[in-house]
Design a protein around this ligand. Sequence first.
Ligand SMILES: [Zn+2]
Ligand SMILES: [Zn+2]
Length: 344
Amino acid sequence: MKSAVVRAKEQAGLALSDVPRARENWVVVKVRAAPMCTEYKAFAAGRGGTFMGHEAAGEVVEVAQPGRVSLGDRVVVMPQNSCGNCELCLAGEYIHCQDSYDFAALHGSHNGLATMAQYLLKQDWMLLPIPDGMSYDHAGMACCGLGPTFGAFQSLRLYRDDTALITGLGPVGLGGIINARYRGARVIGVESNAYRARLALELGAETVINPLDKDALRQILDRTRDGRGVDIAIDCSGVVAAHRLCIDATRRKGAVAFVGECGEDTPLRISPDMIRKGLRLIGSWHYNMGDTPRMLNMIGEIGDQLDKLITHRFAIDDIQSAWETQLSGQCGKVILQPWEGEHV
Ligand SMILES: [Zn+2]
Ligand SMILES: [Zn+2]
């Protein structure tokens, strides 16, 4: 089978390996759509790129024992290889599992770990059955396209007619707009990339403010009731200045979710930001597995929005172009199609 790999800085390639085999509750999925996410950063840097990707939708093609899925089932593949037994996993918060499997130690190699490949290996309970009539591309948006911001809005309870601020309108932030609009909220976006600002407006953002504007905070506040601030802010940029903007632009007793990964320290002022303001600050990586029916039901209703979010599709042989497109920033969500153009 083919897998996408990083050969060197901004150089992609394909690796060939055996198809992984099912064992115990680990089943083989033939990958039909692999939504592309942060891996382009490894492509840009030329580092560590042999087993790429963590998002997929596909078809179950081998099972080793009776379980939660059967041959031929169409499924969304959830990220990570969580244990399935700890308190967090049992509570549906498997994304935060601290006892995740060491894939290579368990299976003897990394083969089957990647989603940007023609086949992968996954525990059956981490596969979500796709409703009839839903495409693999749309179903795959249940991964990072919609997942992290969906989880944030579920936790923070975004209501109809609330105002949501979303900073950083890459594919995850754009998915946040879709989630907020689905819930009937107003959306103010913050983004400097003109392509993505335009796409955000198409998806229903009321306005998109350039974070490079010196009065960006004032522009946001002026669009809220009595200038008091937005109800909920979500940062999808991972930029420290955007964290501050979210905190400052949110009203008293409002809430902020941090979705964009960030390795730097963000200064927080306990009295003015937290105690006096009564803000709730949370991190959101993904959503609770118990909310899966709600997620899939939403996907079934918003196909036209997802067709706007997904701007590009590439066959696996075109992985170089796929990563270059992501690196350019001139795209929404990009999908890799491991079987497009293959003779099967
Ligand atoms: Zn666990
Ligand atoms: Zn992702």
